[in-house]
Design a protein around this ligand. Structure first.
Ligand code: PEP
Length: 251
């Protein structure tokens, strides 16, 4: 089956009112209206209002980089689902390795966030992936299963029609060291087969993105792989020509 490709930019903790505007105007001006892919940008929380206005009436969708699993109340510094929805946020990154590593987000917290995002009517982009040590210890597939099963123990597999999975080997994020297209394909195929053990129909539909040093010059080969349905892009999403090059490679 043909799945729509997604190219999602993760700006991380970068940007300013001026640079966001310049970046988005550059991207929007260069995106082909004929493009079949879905383009998403994930802005830092303080800029969601600005970015939401800039992408209004364009083909670009808005994502947040994080959300609280709690609906409201005494959670200083956190951002709620309802707040995101007021800014027309459609997608939320959940479980990015930087959140898992620096902010101690466990599989259980990630699962609660996925559940909360789904219940709010937005779509989670669930990030999973192994560290270098885990890959060297041949634990890649076990790590992916553990991270996905934590979510599947919390929400029914049918919800995965509204979950985007991003396989992001931690050793490839921000390092310039991308997984090869074949390495990524092998893991994506495995993830799809694993989800098929729960529900084959959902497994065929679920979009699985690759993330980790994706650039314009390696995206075409990655996107040619049967189970790679797009990319989650960090550094290159901050450079107009790089990001547009990746979008064009997605078709
Ligand atoms: C990311 O932040 O999810 C990411 C993949 O970053 P980069 O493209 O810079 O490796």
């Amino acid at each position: 089956m043909t799945r729509k490709k997604i190219v999602a930019g993760n700006w991380k903790m970068n940007g300013s009112l001026a640079s966001n505007e310049q970046l988005l105007e550059g991207i929007i001006a260069k995106i082909e209206s004929s493009s079949d892919s879905l383009v998403i940008v994930s802005s830092p929380s303080p800029y969601l209002g600005q970015v939401s206005e800039l992408v209004k009436n364009t083909t670009v969708s808005l994502a947040a980089q994080n959300v609280s699993q709690h609906s409201s109340g005494a959670y200083t510094g956190e951002v709620s689902l309802d707040m995101l929805k007021e800014f027309s946020v459609e997608y939320v990154l959940v479980g990015h390795s930087e959140r898992r590593t620096y902010y101690s987000e466990t599989d259980s917290i990630v699962a609660d966030k996925v559940k909360a995002v789904l219940e709010s009517g937005m779509k989670p982009i669930l990030c999973i992936g192994e560290t270098l040590e885990e890959r060297q210890a041949e634990q890649t597939l076990n790590v992916c299963v553990k991270q996905i099963d934590a979510v599947l123990n919390t929400v029914d597999v049918s919800n995965f029609e509204n979950v985007v999975i991003a396989y992001e080997p931690v050793w490839a994020i921000g390092t310039g060291l991308s997984a090869t297209a074949q390495q990524a394909q092998d893991v994506h195929e495995f993830i799809r087969k694993h989800i098929a053990t729960y529900n084959a129909n959902v497994a065929e539909k679920v979009q699985i993105l690759y993330g980790g040093s994706v650039k314009a010059n390696n995206s075409e080969e990655l996107f040619s792989m049967a189970d790679i349905d797009g990319a989650l892009v960090g550094g290159a999403s901050l450079i107009v020509d790089e990001f547009v090059g990746i979008i064009k490679a997605a078709g």
